[in-house]
Write a protein that binds this ligand. Sequence first.
Ligand code: FEO
Length: 518
Amino acid sequence: MADAMGRREFLKAAALGTAGMAAAGLFGTSVFAGETEAVSGETPSRSEQAVPFKGKKKFAGVGSVRKVSDDTYYIGASDKRLELFENVYPIPRGISYNSYIIFDEKTALLDTVDKSVTGQYFENMDAILGTQTLDYLIVNHMEPDHSAAISEVLVRHPETKVVTTAAAAILLNQFFDCDISDRLITVKEGDTLELGRHTLTFVEAPMVHWPEVMMTFDMMTGVLYSADAFGTFGALDGNLFADEVNFEQDWLPDARRYYTNIVGKYGSQVQDVLAKAASIDIKMICPLHGPVWRENLGWFIGKYDLWSRYEPEDRAVMVVYGSIYGGTESAANALAAKLSQDGVANVAVYDVSRTHVSELVAEAFRVSHIVLASITYNAGIFTPMRSFLLDLEDHALANRTFAIIENGSWQPVSGDLMREITDSLSGSEYIGDKLTFMSSPDSDDYIAICDLADQIANDVKDGAGKAAAEDETVTEAEGTSAQGWRCRVCGYIYEGENLPDDYVCPVCGAGPDQFEKL
Ligand code: FEO
């Protein structure tokens, strides 16, 4: 069959999915048919598939291929056409689906891509792999944005074994209605896979962000293949590494929006993974979306630490209002103006009807103080405001300080109802009493709004002062308790009574003469 089939027919059959492949006789009888025999002679061997590549193009310049480290390559692809990620989240900057391949005595592919980018993906893979065998497909995450191409990989590479968790194997069967038991290697926490020079070890990461998720750590290169963790919305424009872009300016808002909306609910599970990560020497993080991290890893891990502990990044205020005829909007704007006049920088005001809720959720994770101003609607909370608050509840936001403003032309009730939801969030605190006005704020209402702004501003600044004092105290405490030797060049601390004569600073390379005793 394979001899008679050209590449075009092969791809056409592959495009038709399982049924098309079966109709074309490409599955053999064992891979998807529920049998456990070895792949039959009907399945084309790698060399018989007439892929017109020789496997010698291991360099950037083919599609979106980038070199990650010595013998490790990025072969993923980006989608700039998709409007809504997960059919929920707007992605005006697109999205990348990352996949990596390690060349060693054994060759390993780490995850695949979404079906929307399989054209680019297989062009990359064919160019870099050519007619070489693909020994392993490591599936860290079974969500279809990373697993959709698994069936085609397995058809193209009948020699490939799938390495994944037992939980992922169940999902694989559900999504593809297949039996790959004769090609499956299930692994668990701490198991290792030898490729030759590379030894891979597996780290279970349940609920980051599905239950079957694992991460793969390359013990030779120090690369952590982190699944969805440390991912972000945004297409890759040739730049693969976070240090090749202005990440903080151009990517951080999307990274925050990605984390908070996709993984935000599972803070404790993320904390578990961060604790495991702290025990290994990670030199690079290769996520399934967005840039790869090879520098400044601590900065981004720090963001994850804050987000997953539900601690604000900034002592800052967001004002969210729901307004129909402008009265509540006026109150919100007056409050924001007074906050700014009181010295609160970067106050962010959002019309809840005009801002996608995923942006509001991300901002709520960023700031310390949230002002909610809503009209009363159908004897309840204005619908978009209610949706926003329920989204905060769904994402387990905690430890925020709220102020509440309600409006109603005959029976205002939105304030108490908003408070019921914010009360359900862990660690909620409040500034001032609920502020109520009827239809549009009058002069007394504006005075009350200014008073509320003053209280919020004082709390923001007091908190900032306390945080700074706490930092100072910690630094002093660290200073007094530190023991060992400090590098005068970079500040690195060697913990030990005696500095070895031949010691070299692991950070800056300074010799022992540059160290001072603490
Ligand atoms: Fe990017 Fe959970 O998938």
